[in-house]
Write a protein that binds this ligand. Sequence first.
Ligand code: ATP
Length: 300
Amino acid sequence: MITIDHVTKRYGGFTAVDDVSFVAQPGRVTGFLGPNGAGKSTTLRVLTGLTPADGGTTSIGGRRYSDFPNPGRHVGVLLDASAQHGGRTGREVLAVGAATMGLPSGRVEEMLALVGLSDQEAKRRVKNYSLGMRQRLGIAHALLGDPSVLVLDEPANGLDPAGIHWMRQMLQYFASRGGTVLLSSHLLHEVEQVADDLVMIGRGRVVAQGSTRDLLTTQGAYAAAADSEGQTALADALARAGHDVRPHGSGLTTDADPADVGRLALQSQVALMELRGADGAGLEELFLQLTADTAREDVL
Ligand SMILES: Nc1ncnc2c1ncn2[C@@H]1O[C@H](COP(=O)(O)OP(=O)(O)OP(=O)(O)O)[C@@H](O)[C@H]1O
């Protein structure tokens, strides 16, 4: 199990990761989702001991990453596929990794076959690899030590559709054998295909987490009262009943289901003009909102 417990990381006056907590369970793929600059890579760098946190702790199977004497035998890490030594061939990169971890050299050939790098490609220098080939090599390197935990930062970047399909199956198989997978992505549709659980982050803060199925199920309702007094009365009644209420167009959205909204409206003597289930998946709306919030003006 991976545990991220109240982690905060600041760069000068800027808080890149703000009190982030979540767990990634064994036997499940956990997607760490957020728009560009949300704090995903920073969190994963803290987890793998590459960046010190300003607050909070992280552990993998109850131990800090830096406390593993031979971390690659427990945790496979792929943070930056472009960070491989460009002058080495793919086979050499894996051979160095295998030697460092004390693994037999036969493991290198096994991993090359597993990730679908041909003999010809394995002989090529990494600086001449496409991004997709680098990702495959990075995944081979992460799997080299037969770890029980995988930490992957945007592993689908640069992969073609067949490569993405292959990776999904590989990660799901890894988890089905009891492995723990934590992978980051900035694409909801990509991660929802593979992840059992999702942690969504925006501007350094966790904004939603839970099972992918629960998070993607449409919940809540949209309601509009006939007049503004009614709108206020309905919002108050919903809030008093412990529901979340947000203005939306000429009405409001709430996490209460439509039947509860109707009952509360009746009790509060509010005439409704419109009442229906919330549009689309709440998660998608939240993600689009986050993405729009962080979009840079110069790309508009
Ligand atoms: N070394 C650093 N010095 C200063 N700021 C940094 C540093 N590393 C990251 N940041 C800032 O912290 C924020 C979070 O960055 P991070 O790379 O963790 O985001 P991310 O969610 O992985 O984004 P992306 O999807 O673009 O990779 C960004 O605003 C980034 O500019």
